[in-house]
Design a protein around this ligand. Structure first.
Ligand code: SAH
Length: 239
């Protein structure tokens, strides 16, 4: 698989694309692409484009789209993971990279009762998401939402399958079993708590909002591990 370049949909006009400056620099100065070379450009919205470069200078690279395919490298489902904000930034960034590789469409940082003061660098996170998308051969850029209060996420009943991971759930509520029972669901949201877990009231509110409580096994996982396990389980349940 050739490494692709990234240009957002706004960089495409009338069958042409102008690469963003950092991507152009990489194409021209590092990979030494020249006019006439063909490259692959993904647009983060599901588009895969074969592009013939025709204008190249130190800071600019532009070309003509010669072929477009849709949805290359994308799963048949749309998975949104709500993850309690993590105090340690590097752990959250690990999650972003692995979630991208595992086909996650949306990440919603959750503000919950036991969320500790935490944040992340949005610009760094965006760069990481783009790099991971290109590296693994996806065409959709995972959407990283602003931190959102849990109650607001629970109000959104649009995902067909809504689950909440909770250590207190038993083996009869194993995520794998639940996913097998709902194999037709195309839109899925799974919530993972912060380091301190969800409170009983939060679990109750989620159940009232149509969320099923699921177990990820007999060990207490760190939040980012739990998020990665969720993404892997959903991927493996959809061959
Ligand atoms: N409440 C725990 C730790 C929370 S772990 C404590 O403080 O002792 C962070 C989150 O990961 C949890 O809220 C839950 O959503 C998820 N998680 C971790 N291990 C899990 C497991 N074995 N089953 C289901 N969810 C789990």
């Amino acid at each position: 698989m050739t490494t692709s370049f990234y240009a957002p949909p706004t960089a495409f006009h009338g069958g042409r694309v102008v690469l963003p400056e950092d991507e152009a620099t990489h194409a021209v100065r590092v990979l030494r692409h020249r006019p006439g070379d063909e490259i692959v450009v993904v647009d983060g919205a599901g588009g895969w484009h074969r592009v013939r470069l025709d204008h190249v200078d130190r800071r600019r690279a532009a070309g003509t789209v010669v072929e477009t395919r849709r949805g290359v490298g994308e799963p048949a489902y749309r998975l949104s993971i709500g993850l309690g904000l993590i105090k340690q930034r590097s752990r959250f960034e690990t999650f972003l990279e692995k979630a991208t590789e595992l086909g996650v469409a949306e990440i919603v940082p959750l503000v919950t009762e036991r969320t500790e003061k935490a944040g992340y660098n949005a610009a760094r996170a965006e760069k990481l998401l783009v790099a991971a998308m290109k590296q693994c051969g996806r065409t959709v850029l995972a959407a990283l939402r602003d931190p959102t209060p849990l109650a607001e996420v629970l109000d959104d009943a649009s995902p067909a399958l809504r689950l909440l991971a909770h250590e207190a759930a038993g083996p009869h509520q194993a995520l794998g079993t639940v996913l097998a029972r709902h194999s037709g669901a195309e839109t899925i949201r799974v919530l993972v708590g912060p380091e301190g877990g969800f409170s009983d009231a939060e679990v109750g509110a989620a159940e009232a909002a149509g969320y099923g409580v699921v177990s990820l096994g007999p060990r207490r996982l760190r939040a980012e591990t739990a998020g990665i396990v969720v993404a892997a389980a959903v991927q493996l349940a959809h061959p």
